[in-house]
Design a protein around this ligand. Sequence first.
Ligand SMILES: Cc1cc2nc3c(=O)[nH]c(=O)nc-3n(C[C@H](O)[C@H](O)[C@H](O)COP(=O)(O)OP(=O)(O)OC[C@H]3O[C@@H](n4cnc5c(N)ncnc54)[C@H](O)[C@@H]3O)c2cc1C
Length: 384
Amino acid sequence: MTLPRTADVVIIGGGVMGASTAYHLALRGQKNILLIEKDEFFGQGATGRCAGGVRYQFSTEINVRLSLQSLPMLERFKDEIGQEISFRKCGYLFVLTKPDDVKIFRHSLELQQNLGVHTEWLSPDEIHRRLPLMRFEDALAGSFNPGDGLVDPNSVVMGYIGAAQRMGVDCLNNVEVINIQVVGGKIVALETNQGTIHTQVIVNAAGPWAGLIGQMAGVEIPIIPYRRQIVTTSPLSEVPQDFPFVLDFAQSLYFHREGDGILTGMSNLNEKAGFDQTVDEDFELVNLEAAIARMPCLEKAGLLSHWAGLYEVTPDAHPIYGKTPVEGLYIVAGFSGHGFMHGPISGKLMAECILDGKFQSQDVSMLDLARFKEGRQIREYNVV
Ligand SMILES: Cc1cc2nc3c(=O)[nH]c(=O)nc-3n(C[C@H](O)[C@H](O)[C@H](O)COP(=O)(O)OP(=O)(O)OC[C@H]3O[C@@H](n4cnc5c(N)ncnc54)[C@H](O)[C@@H]3O)c2cc1C
């Protein structure tokens, strides 16, 4: 397909945010939508490299409320979109080993319960009983929600892209935005490696690259990319089918069942900002040693695959939604390493923002770009 020369709305980025926004705009009747993705396939950015975890367990009301809307949309996905997404409710079990974390998670649990989320508080004995394969002698407490779980990211992206295309949205790969033309404070066009597209509305859904798109339009967007990586193992017969998504919160170390083996990841808190997506093998060893110390049976497993991707980190670990100082330039990005799960509701909110001029399903107006300059940040604590 050749690149159209005009469009009513251009969405930059074919990850979960761009795909969901395209689908929800089309569902609302918007015509002449163009989604462009620089890679050869959709969903190969942060979305395709993520761990697929979906959870209600957050420390801020706005994030819990986003999950309360988004996770049921994932549950209904097959009926609504016609695509199986392998939603597996295995639960997230945060294991806490530091007194400060216990205090903050206890407070978050109350917040979640007040919002109708049934998170359970676990004693150390209960943790040992639920995780007989793991060593958590230093556990002080745990926080478990049986409604949290795992979803296949690629199926969600391709489900939304396919449904958007069926409603007439043009979704193109191998098209890279290289410049944005702004005249008199308004969007007039964008330049790509395949030519210029005239438009008055652009949605910046470029994930870890969203700051670069902002620069093209002269808008400062504080989203910093940080490499994060994952390892998967060969089958381990002792890992039960219902093994939860386990997080050793103090070490930013996590485990979940992947196929018949284990997927483990760990955040390198000394990682420098940058776009490098090659695996740091030295840090992989740190991850594996820490993982084996917690789960000794991993020692006998083989390594199946590994990869690195980018977190898209904002100063307060919350996303940025809505308008920017340039008229016609919108943003939905900066989900700080937990955005896959909020993709469904975020696309719906962006469709409302563009077509109705305000967020209808959930008020996320406090998560605007202006908050960073105006000192209105609210910090999310449950970042892995
Ligand atoms: C290792 C890892 C584990 C994670 N685990 C989880 C998890 O368990 N649960 C969870 O909810 N989240 C998780 N995340 C975070 C999650 O992946 C992101 O928050 C989410 O996928 C962001 O989606 P996005 O659409 O904004 O970005 P992306 O998926 O990165 O999409 C942006 C797209 O824009 C394209 N693009 C960029 N620049 C241009 C340009 N100039 N022209 C055209 N196209 C362009 C990119 O190629 C990319 O495809 C994890 C992330 C990583 C890296």
